[in-house]
Write a protein that binds this ligand. Structure first.
Ligand code: WAQ
Ligand code: MG
Length: 256
């Protein structure tokens, strides 16, 4: 049996009462791996750079294995920018190159840069007009029910390209699912971890890893998914939240 394990944690108060979001995690695991994953999630929520969570919600749900879709991993490209302005310029350029309008790119940056607090999900923007499509406001759409197909192989594949750690692994899985979603053209992301300055633009099968994309000490992270006009929003949100996927690093277009 496969299980979806989802965690979200907050400080001072639960999320729904306005508590500060500390961390979240999404896994899709064999039954025997669930207990250890839950232990790790709890540990992580309690020892996070954003603070120590005192409200932790964990949901465990059985998933029908026949419904799982296997999707390819994205290829990695790594850019060390000279400074923040340089990193952001590069990110904007990548987005423009894959057909997102300047208006939508500017909207995405101002949305993320003007946040008072960080989001815990992603904002959906129409790729031509930059119009916000989802009605989730500060919460955003939470992508869920995803993991890697072969844990050890995936870690090894990432390491061979010179990267390691939980941030990269998790982001690579999420970005692969988002890229596979119907109607998504590109994604822009940076972390809500105040010490983690790397972000990315995922588009056209490539995960453009960019350092830095935010300033040190900033606790506001976020994600924007750029959506093709005419996309059926319900279907897209349903895919992002519900469709179980396993990312196979050995499928499709690959990094070196
Ligand atoms: N679904 C939708 N949005 C999410 C999800 C999710 N499951 N998880 C996080 N977000 C949004 C939310 O607004 C967070 O504030 C924001 O993304 C950042 O989340 O080295 O660590 O988990 O290649 O802090 C990218 C670079 C790191 C990794 C991203 O994101 C690398 C990161 P975080
Ligand atoms: Mg984080």
């Amino acid at each position: 049996m496969l299980y979806s394990v989802r965690m979200r944690s907050a400080k001072d108060r639960p999320h729904e009462k306005g508590g500060k979001h500390i961390s979240g995690a999404e896994r899709l695991l064999e039954e025997q791996a669930v207990d250890e994953a839950v232990r790790q999630m709890i540990r992580r929520a309690r020892m996070h750079t954003r603070g120590k969570a005192d409200f932790i919600s964990i949901k465990i749900e059985r998933i029908d294995r026949n419904k799982v879709e296997e999707i390819p991993a994205l290829a990695f490209l790594d850019l060390q920018a000279g400074d923040l302005a340089d990193g952001r310029r590069f990110a904007k350029q990548q987005l423009l190159t894959c057909g997102i309008s300047k208006q939508a790119v500017d909207k995405a940056f101002s949305l993320l840069l003007d946040l008072k607090d960080n989001m815990r999900g992603a904002a959906l923007l129409e790729a031509e007009t930059g119009e916000r499509l989802d009605a989730f406001h500060m919460r955003g759409v939470r992508v869920s029910r995803m993991d890697v197909k072969d844990e050890a192989g995936f870690a090894c594949w990432i390491k061979k390209q010179g990267f390691e750690g939980l941030h990269v692994r998790e982001a690579a899985v999420l970005a692969a699912k988002v890229a596979a979603a119907p109607g998504v053209i590109a994604e822009l992301c940076w972390s809500d971890d105040p010490q983690y300055l790397t972000g990315y633009v995922a588009a056209q099968g490539v995960y453009h890893r960019i350092t830095p994309l935010k300033s040190f000490g900033d606790e506001r992270g976020g994600r924007v998914f750029f959506v093709r006009s005419g996309t059926e929003l319900n279907k897209l949100v349903q895919y992002l939240q519900e469709q179980p996927v396993l990312v196979n690093w050995n499928l499709g277009k690959q990094g070196k």
